[in-house]
Design a protein around this ligand. Sequence first.
Ligand code: C2O
Length: 551
Amino acid sequence: GITRHYHFDIKLQNVTRLCHTKSIVTVNGQFPGPRIVAREGDQLLIKVVNHVQNNMSIHWHGIRQLQTGWADGPSYVAQCPIQTGQSYVYNYTIVGQRGTLWWHAHISWLRSTVYGPLIILPKHGVPYPFAKPYKEVPIIFGEWWNADTEAVISQAMQTGGGPNVSDAYTINGLPGPLYNCSAKDTFKLKVKPGRTYLLRLINAALDEELFFSIANHTLTVVEADAVYVKPFHTSTILIAPGQTTNVILKTKSHSPNATFFMTARPYVTGLGTFDNSTVAGILEYEHPSKTLHSSSSIKKLQLFKPVLPALNDTSFAANFANKLRSLASAQFPANVPQKVDRKFLFTIGLGTSPCQHNQTCQGPNGTMFAASVNNISFAMPTTALLQAHFSGQSHGIYSSDFPVSPLTQFNYTGTPPNNTMVGNGTKLMVLPFNTSVELTMQDTSILGAESHPLHLHGFNFFVVGQGFGNFDPSKDPANFNLVDPVERNTVGVPAGGWVAIRFLADNPGVWFMHCHLEIHTSWGLKMAWVVLDGKLPNQKLLPPPADLPKC
Ligand code: C2O
């Protein structure tokens, strides 16, 4: 591999969407941010210089960061944030990974505008396990707020209520023609007939899982979270915040006299709040004859719009998740841990906490919204967990007593229990090096059954099982797929159901795990794992870089 240098200037930029101009935090003035392209085996040196008043840190979502947890990015977990006027060089090597990933700010809600694609090509001379596409196109979904998103989240945290929803969904930063005052801000994919295009889909939205479809075209899914999957055809993709999906689009053999919309809109369950609007981009065929390009004839082009599933189509979600399977081939084996050292059951969900700021808060029954894992709402420390761990000074910063199973007996009946209160603390789970883990995550449905895209830093995991209702430890494991389960870094815990994952804790450090719906993270749906050093030199966390920011 080679060493690639990038320079990220964090600075303000005026951006206009929906006829509304605001100053947003960006990388190098770009929105969405710059595309990083590297190859498997390359070393990346990304210097981030912070010119804005906000603290900043950048996460390289899905990069394993073997032994280099210092470059992972989540503020107060892997590092102290980069303060105004300061800089930090993220230094890591891409080991054994290729595909579509992305990067984003990992502090407060700044990832609403600070995000971009991170594309890892295979090593030189190594082909894709599918025919080489004619062209590759990153498509990154996001959300646009006319308001300042830092104000949106601080208002929600102060009142205890839900945040205001965004004003538009976006494709590559553009809301598209179905929004007022937005037709000129439309993503256009110009294609030639009879070619294949690799679309690298990324969901960078803050709070919404999204359906995506292109009218009158079939998509072939070939990769999820930068791991190849057994190809399958579908008209619609479901993609949660944090997830990436590569699809192949085969264009029609002759340019049709038509324009096709590609659209995305939310998949919403339970209490999820959303804006029932649709982002559209345009798939436009090149026409050999010039006459069709004259404006009068373009108006005559027929327009096709896709039909997306219902907003709360949980069975589409379950079926789509079921279709994702690892290649499990000789060249791309699925190294599913076959034996398990530790089994955990985590309950995941929303709840409430006592009103702290006002006489009455805007959450349920005058309380504040909260969210928890095993009934612990994670309290963010004021210094970085990884430094505390590395220096052996965790006392007063975190405790190692994360509960191994739910504190209260959980029983999903569809009827909420009386007590919705969560506990809180900065509790971590410690694992010896190379522990083989099986983790079952159960949606508590306490305030309504809701899908949660859980993201684990530092690892890929295998999704060995999923189901609706209560996980039954005496029955369900018999049906686990230990042969070709999908390998990924972010998985949806089904609304009113459970998902079981397995991973090998072979990466020493402190690793965040959280719901990638940003509001749920803000409410405390997060925890962290400590993976201890192994005995060999290549099994130890490397020492921190000299420019590591201080709190
Ligand atoms: Cu993409 Cu911790 O996040």
